[in-house]
Ligand binder design. Structure first.
Ligand code: C2E
Ligand code: MG
Ligand code: MG
Ligand code: MG
Length: 279
């Protein structure tokens, strides 16, 4: 009986796995076509100075709508491009488009771009990014590169080398989703970052949950001591922004200040801000 039930489970499991693999393959094919047709677009989410609420940067976030499948979110398609070996093609196209959009912003507004784990084991990543910067004439000091702790772990030496080369070229490195995943404080000693991004999970619960507030407080203090910039992600309420400011967090990002928007809307937004400030 137990054996039969076991077999039944095995059959069910493998059917589920087969379905997942089929879906991934369908997405892979559609995504490869969309990349070739240049249909994956960067959207831009504002990053603000919490005191003045001025937009000081935008994070580029990939967006893709397939004519048949519909909207596919990056949490679904980025891992597929990673696992199936074409993330660098996707990333280069999206970075180039993001930079072309960012060139029209005021010089003091930066662009932040996410690197995937597999790009941190690929030594071609640096020359690809440098090539895009050179061909677009974009100042590397206006480009921030976000990476995650998971991405550092596959091959820490390769990641460290890539980080150093990007920094030597003038880019800043931000550690994304800090405090989740495979967090280790040793990482802050072994790699040179310019900024930590406090994960949304702490920010969204910090008003109700004492431990979350204490963790945020500790991360901000850590950044102060290590002379790192700090940014809180996923701010949705004014009370969260107020608490973060009182803790000394300088930069923020979240739906309170704006969701990701397309290039033309982002351009309108920074221009409106400049007009309001000079009026
Ligand atoms: P991430 O880099 O941590 O980006 C922040 C995510 O949180 C984005 O989701 C953003 O839309 C969402 N978000 C921002 N503010 C709020 C808020 O106030 N509340 C809530 N609930 N969510 C908020 P998105 O665009 O779906 O991207 C998910 C992840 O996919 C990103 O997480 C990043 O890891 C990855 N990703 C997106 N675009 C790219 C890309 O071009 N390249 C790579 N390698 N990864 C990307
Ligand atoms: Mg990010
Ligand atoms: Mg993040
Ligand atoms: Mg995140």
């Amino acid at each position: 009986n137990a054996k039969r039930r076991g077999q039944g489970h095995f059959v069910l499991y493998s059917v589920e796995m087969e379905k997942a693999a089929k879906t991934a393959t369908r997405i892979e094919q559609a995504l490869r076509r969309a990349i070739a047709a240049d249909e994956v677009e960067p959207y831009f989410q504002p990053i603000v100075d919490l005191d003045s609420r001025r937009i000081i940067g935008f994070e580029a976030l990939a967006r893709w709508t397939d004519p048949e499948i519909g909207v596919v979110m990056p949490a679904t398609f980025i891992p597929i491009a990673e696992e199936r070996g074409f993330i660098s093609q996707l990333a280069q196209k999206v970075l180039r488009k993001a930079i072309l959009a960012a060139r029209d912003w005021p010089d003091d507004v930066y662009l932040s771009f996410n690197l995937s784990p597999s790009q941190l084991v690929d030594q071609q990543t640096v020359s690809q990014i440098k090539g895009i910067l050179a061909s677009t004439g974009f100042d590397p000091r206006r480009l921030e590169i976000e990476l995650t702790e998971t991405g550092l772990m596959t091959d820490p030496r390769s990641a460290a080398k890539i980080i150093e080369e990007l920094r030597d070229h003038g880019m800043r490195i931000a550690l994304d989703d800090f405090g989740t995943g495979q967090s280790s404080l040793g990482r802050l000693r072994d790699f040179r970052f310019d900024k930590l991004k406090i994960d949304r999970s702490f920010v969204s619960s910090m008003l109700e949950d004492q431990p979350s507030e204490h963790i945020v407080r500790a991360i901000v203090a850590l950044c102060e001591g290590l002379r790192l910039g700090v940014i809180a992600e996923g701010i949705e309420q004014e009370e969260q922004a107020q608490l973060l400011m009182s803790l000394g967090c300088s930069e923020g990002q979240g739906y309170l200040f704006g969701a990701p928007i397309d290039a033309s809307a982002a351009l309108l937004l920074v221009h409106a801000q400049d007009k309001a400030l000079s009026a």
